[in-house]
Design a protein around this ligand. Structure first.
Ligand code: NAP
Length: 239
């Protein structure tokens, strides 16, 4: 039995490619409409020990960590639990945007706190595309700025009164991003280095419009874990 740690397009793609093979697709259970089908389980395992117990109870023989590149805790827990339970583990992670032709002109920062400071310095209107959980991290630094916060689902905490919330889920098109940038006069874009094609259009439009890009670097992967960057390579690894 294969365990997919998902919550990403890659996790869904792998699940459909596995077809009739035995697998469980695990989601954190944070979104109300997770867009996953088939054999899905939802919610945390209860840390490393909980995951070790799950692997043993369900006779998991291989784990694919297809979580988002910024889901660092789950990746660390998977590495520790698989080592403990002696289960094979592969990290399926789309390449980041460091190789993008515009990457050298972006403002690379280490985390959300630094990104908020950089965005405040570069000036608004700021387009925040950092996800529901981290959007509130920018409230203090950008309270007096014009901010458009794009999220798939509204944050549970209240945001500064002047901010505009745009609810939308990728994939996003270049035309759609042009409308968003032009409609709000976006001058600074804040994004994580999520990589992939689904949300890359905003970078093209930022370049077109001469907007600043504040790019948050990926957290490091747990050392020693085999990594693949696409579903075909993952299937080959699974054998
Ligand atoms: P995280 O900080 O790395 O994980 C926090 C805890 O959530 C984990 O310790 C685990 O709880 C649980 N968890 C995370 N992913 C899980 C999964 N696939 N199945 C079961 N439990 C999971 O994760 P996060 O950044 O909050 O992301 C949560 C989910 O959203 C992930 O599935 C990720 O792929 C997806 N996602 C994240 C981002 C992002 O930017 N971080 C963006 C898009 C999608 P226990 O310790 O109890 O096991």
């Amino acid at each position: 039995m294969i365990l997919i740690l998902g919550g990403t397009a890659e996790g869904r793609e792998l699940a459909s490619a596995l077809g009739g093979r035995g697998f469980v697709h695990s989601l954190a259970g944070r979104t109300s409409d997770p867009r996953a089908e088939g054999s899905v389980r939802s919610g945390g395992f209860g840390g490393v020990d909980g995951l070790v117990a799950y692997l043993r109870k369900n006779r998991i023989t291989a784990v694919v960590d297809a979580t988002h590149p910024f889901a660092a805790k789950m990746s660390r827990n998977a590495a520790a639990a698989c080592a403990k339970a002696r289960v094979r583990l592969v990290r399926l992670s789309r390449p980041g945007w460091a190789g993008h032709p515009d990457a050298r002109g972006w403002h690379w920062v280490e985390g959300h706190a630094d990104a908020a400071v950089a965005a405040a310095r570069l000036g608004g209107p700021v387009l925040l595309t950092v996800g529901r959980l981290h959007t509130p991290d920018y409230a203090a630094a950008l309270a007096e700025h014009e901010v458009v916060a794009r999220v798939a689902e509204a944050p549970e905490v209240r945001l500064p009164a002047g901010w505009r919330l745009v609810r939308a889920r990728g994939p996003f098109t270049v035309d759609g991003e042009r409308k968003l940038f032009d409609g709000h006069g976006v001058r600074t874009l804040v994004t994580k280095d999520s990589g992939g094609e689904h949300t890359v259009a905003k970078l093209e439009v930022a370049a077109e419009r001469g907007a600043h890009v504040v790019m948050i670097r990926r957290p490091p992967h747990p050392p020693g874990v085999m990594e693949v960057t696409n579903v075909a390579a993952c299937l080959a690894w699974l054998g």
